[in-house]
Design a protein around this ligand. Sequence first.
Ligand code: S3P
Length: 427
Amino acid sequence: MAILRIEERRGLSGDVSVPGDKSISHRAVMFGAIAQGTTRVEGFLPGADCLSTIDCFRKMGVPIRQHGPTSIEVEGNGWEGMKEPEAVLDVGNSGTTIRLMLGILAGRPFHTIVTGDDSIARRPMDRVAKPLRRMGARVEGRAEGSYTPLSIRGGGLKGITYPSPVASAQVKSCLLLAGLQAEGRTRVEEPSLSRDHTERMLTAFGVRVNRDLDGVSVEGGQTLQARDVRVPGDISSAAFLMVAALITPESQITIRNVGLNPTRDGIVDVLREMGGDIQVTPKGEWCGEPVGDLTVTYSRLKGVEIGGKMIPRLIDEIPVLAVAATQAEGQTVIRDAAELKVKETDRIHITAQELRKLGARVEETDDGMVIEGPVQLTGNRCNSHGDHRIGMAAAVAGLVAEGGVTVDQADAIDVSFPGFEALLSEL
Ligand code: S3P
């Protein structure tokens, strides 16, 4: 198990880029696999999660060539190009791979077994299995189809209207992908808008997607046309560097070509509300996704209260936002974030536990955290618990902890941010 050592620092500076967006990289492979023609992807994230997606689609007979770590080519042959896999599909640690892929498999007339690692085995799959069954797919698994390993036999789908109880892009995307293969219309409504990369990328692949205030729908029987995809830098990875620069005295950094999709950039709004100096330079759109450069300067932060519709816009950034809150004057309150409990780890519990090891004042609540700051953190040993974002949040805290921080099980970081340690030292 790899160990990451972070010393207390001052004066981070540099002009860097972060690896490609994880959500968009997954979708580029999957949509390329079901499209007609060749999809070339530049800026692909070669993290463990996205490599799991490539592996699964290769096992279903889709030719995927890698011309270097961030450049791939997917040879799609339409929906019919996918074949019944001879082996079990292993999604590793990736919730996006399993939930979106189940939407594709739900319409394929063959049998597949899908599994993943210990973390995936604890994450709820009934949120997609139940509506897929309503559409006509046969999905079975542990605890009445709630947990992996899952088996699925697809085909014969009928469109449904599904008011999702959770704001989840994985649920929404799964059902839209099944809906494209169903008879009639499939509509998904969600309590607040989750990330909309699927809607944007399907449109770019020539699919008619109807969006309104309450939901999104697609008509069945549509095919995707291959196209080139340039993947922006992942704002969720940039968030670790943003917080690092904001809390480390005398720092100023620029992060180039970051994806600034309005359903994803809540972290920029909240860090600014906390008093963070973040300058955004827009750079246009890549494949329907807004992109820009971020210049971030050390700032005195103050506590903030967040909840409601903001949460889906920064759900993956909450562990590192909690680190920022330990350095902010006053109280930070995070509400309506119970979804954190079913991520790669229970991120409410684990974030609080790891930050407390460094002397932070963090209280767990049913649906979030209350953090008091500012606190001079003290060095200690932390553990990622196999969760990439917990590992990186602990590392960022190490930059302002007296004596530095050692992160155990740091190899988990490769799931979304290969090269994190090198980039942090480069700053
Ligand atoms: C993702 C959606 C989010 C997010 C995950 C990636 C996606 O999960 O937490 O890291 O790519 O669709 P939910 O949609 O389940 O909240």
